[in-house]
Ligand binder design. Structure first.
Ligand SMILES: [Zn+2]
Length: 114
């Protein structure tokens, strides 16, 4: 998606479809002293209700890439259910943050009901 973010000294350390997650990760990086920013949120409004078309990125200055990846790796390691899940109804892959399938609306299968 050229043009959305053109500063070449920034590198993308996370790609996803969830602007809330991207915002959370940015806050996490900033709390570690890493000046992070996100791009792509503007697409959410343009394609509201169709999250798979969104391409949210978390970017950091190139010199912070290594520590940033370490922070994100630690976050992902302790985040519950961080892996994508596959819908039993239609077979599509869903982001770990989705409670229902983006494609057919089926409930997440491996999540115990309260
Ligand atoms: Zn489905």
């Amino acid at each position: 998606m050229p043009g959305l973010f053109d500063k070449k000294d920034f590198v993308c350390v996370h790609r996803g479809t969830d602007p809330l997650e991207a915002s959370l990760l940015r806050g996490l990086l900033e709390s570690e002293g890493i000046p992070a920013r996100t791009s792509g949120e503007e697409l959410v409004g343009a394609y509201s209700g169709v999250p798979r078309l969104c391409d949210i990125r978390v970017l950091v200055p190139a010199r912070y890439e290594t520590p940033a990846r370490g922070v994100l790796k630690a976050y992902e390691a302790r985040a519950p259910g961080a892996a994508e899940w596959t819908c039993a109804g239609c077979g599509e892959s869903n982001e770990s943050t989705f409670e229902v399938c983006w494609s057919c609306g089926a409930a997440r299968p491996d999540r115990p009901e309260a």
